[in-house]
Write a protein that binds this ligand. Structure first.
Ligand SMILES: Cc1cc2nc3c(=O)[nH]c(=O)nc-3n(C[C@H](O)[C@H](O)[C@H](O)COP(=O)(O)OP(=O)(O)OC[C@H]3O[C@@H](n4cnc5c(N)ncnc54)[C@H](O)[C@@H]3O)c2cc1C
Length: 444
């Protein structure tokens, strides 16, 4: 029995930031768009986010902090102003300019943007279909992608399209893919994202010859305290220890293993590689007052991250004595003696020999000497992955020879290599490449 057939200009697989931005952009220029979404609601991780749409302030900073492929980073920088104009034109609420890590941005009404894109698709005669999985991509004998076979509880539909966009949000929800591409310890990593992004977009692309940059093991995430309630979405931000870049991070052997000041997201990347994929995060009352009790972006509610971590079941200790901290570390399975030595050595180097620190410390070379002291056992939690399908600057999926696969596009976390192990905004990456994909499909 043959499937029902639906015809459109652009098929979008995944109704998150990249997919809906592409769909809304193309629909507002006259395209008939079909969006298929696996979950029963739109939004993916974007709907869980705070809507801070930010990016690096220049291509040079994008290269330095994002640390991905320069030409892809340049697309984000070049398209960001157009993305902002489009939001403003449509009357989406945009805050005043705010600082964000190593860039600037705006808090946008992310839900209004996503729902507005759905409305644009429907006004132009298209559809956003929830609870739908994609079985396979359809192609002509000469390899042009012409849509996909989809399955819904009501039956199977072949969607035929001039262009097909993969935008399923990466593979962070799949433990085996995390172990394969990131690190064996990543199999057990906590997930702070939507639950449905399990690498299916990347696999659909691979099945038709798309190349996956397996060497890109980067991901965006944060160090979090443990909690029996992990999985409740409100805890994704509440238990994130954003201030880890001002702390000392010690592995189970009691040793530093990274330049903490490169950022909490980078610390998360290095922590997953440590024994048992965890670390002891140590700081003093100066850092506590200046960082651990402050919010990282203006609109977030400040809270005492240590107190919240303990309230939800995290393992931590606050004490006036470093010896107590060492005892706590031993009780938690860390080398307590070495923890005390590493803290003393670090403080000595800060005062007398910063240049001998190994790993080095780029910023914040200040001794931890103001009691009380804080120690918290932290774990990496993943938000989205950086490795994915190789694309060019027009969001076209490339094969292993670097040739574009006709009719196939990828954006957001399904597309690899825009970031290396750095980070310069996930929403902006998804939205700018969503717009880029819609343009490549012919909707300027
Ligand atoms: C708690 C939290 C806070 C965040 N805060 C920020 C922030 O303030 N600023 C920022 O820049 N970034 C933030 N992010 C990251 C940002 O949300 C993501 O980088 C961005 O949403 C990625 O866009 P995407 O389109 O690739 O994926 P998503 O937005 O996650 O969308 C992917 C969609 O594809 C769907 N899907 C998956 N598989 C299939 C399939 N087989 N078929 C059909 N559909 C499928 C998913 O269900 C989902 O709806 C945050 C993320 C989280 C979780």
């Amino acid at each position: 029995m043959s499937n029902e057939v639906l015809e459109c200009d652009l098929l979008v697989i995944g109704a998150g930031m990249a997919g809906l931005s592409a769909a809304g952009w193309a629909a507002s220029r006259g395209a008939k768009v079909v969006v298929v979404e696996k979950a029963e609601k739109i939004g993916g991780s974007a709907a869980l986010s705070g809507g801070m749409l930010w990016t690096a302030t220049s291509k040079a900073r994008m290269n330095y902090y994002g640390a991905g492929e320069a030409d892809l980073g340049a697309v984000v920088c070049a398209t960001y102003p157009q993305a902002m104009s489009w939001l403003r034109e449509r009357g989406i609420d945009v805050s005043e300019k705010m600082d964000a890590l190593h860039g600037y941005g705006y808090q946008i009404d992310i839900i209004a943007h996503l729902q507005g894109c759905v409305a644009l698709v429907e006004q132009a005669g298209g559809h956003v279909i929830l609870g739908t999985s994609v079985e396979k991509l359809l192609h002509t004998p000469d390899g042009r992608i012409i849509g996909a076979s989809t399955r819904h509880v009501d039956g199977c539909v072949d969607v035929h399209a001039a262009s097909t966009l993969l935008a399923t949000g990466g593979y962070q929800g799949d433990p085996e893919l995390r172990a394969r591409y990131i690190h064996p310890n990543a199999r057990n990593m906590l997930l702070r994202s939507n639950l449905t992004s399990r690498g299916e977009g990347i696999q659909l692309g691979e099945q038709v010859g798309g190349e996956v940059r397996a060497t890109n093991d980067g991901f965006y995430g944060h160090l979090v305290s443990a909690s029996p309630s992990w999985g409740e979405e409100r805890l994704y931000t509440m238990l994130s220890q954003y201030h880890s870049d001002y702390t000392l991070l010690l592995n189970e052997d009691g040793l530093r293993f990274c330049d903490e000041t490169n950022g909490d997201h980078t610390n998360t990347y290095y922590t997953v590689q440590q024994k048992n994929g965890r670390a002891l995060c140590f700081w003093d009352s100066r850092v506590h007052e200046e960082q651990a009790t402050k919010s990282i972006v203006k609109f977030a509610t400040p809270m005492d991250k240590f107190a919240v971590a303990l309230e939800f079941g995290g393992a931590g200790l606050c004490s006036a004595s470093v010896d107590d901290i060492a005892g706590f570390a031993s009780a938690q399975g860390f080398n307590g003696e070495q923890v005390a030595k590493s803290i003393a050595d670090f403080n000595f180097c800060c005062r007398n020999a910063w240049e001998t620190l190994d790993p080095p410390r780029s910023e914040e070379c200040i001794p931890y000497d103001r009691a009380p002291f804080y120690a918290l056992v932290v774990y990496p939690a993943i938000t989205f992955t950086y490795g994915g399908l190789t694309i060019d600057t027009a969001a076209r999926v490339l094969d292993a020879r670097g040739q574009a696969i006709p009719g196939l596009l990828a954006a957001g976390s399904d597309a690899g290599a825009a970031f290396g192990i750095g980070y310069a905004g996930g929403l902006a990456l998804a939205m700018t490449f969503g717009i880029t994909a819609a343009r490549t499909a012919g909707w300027q």
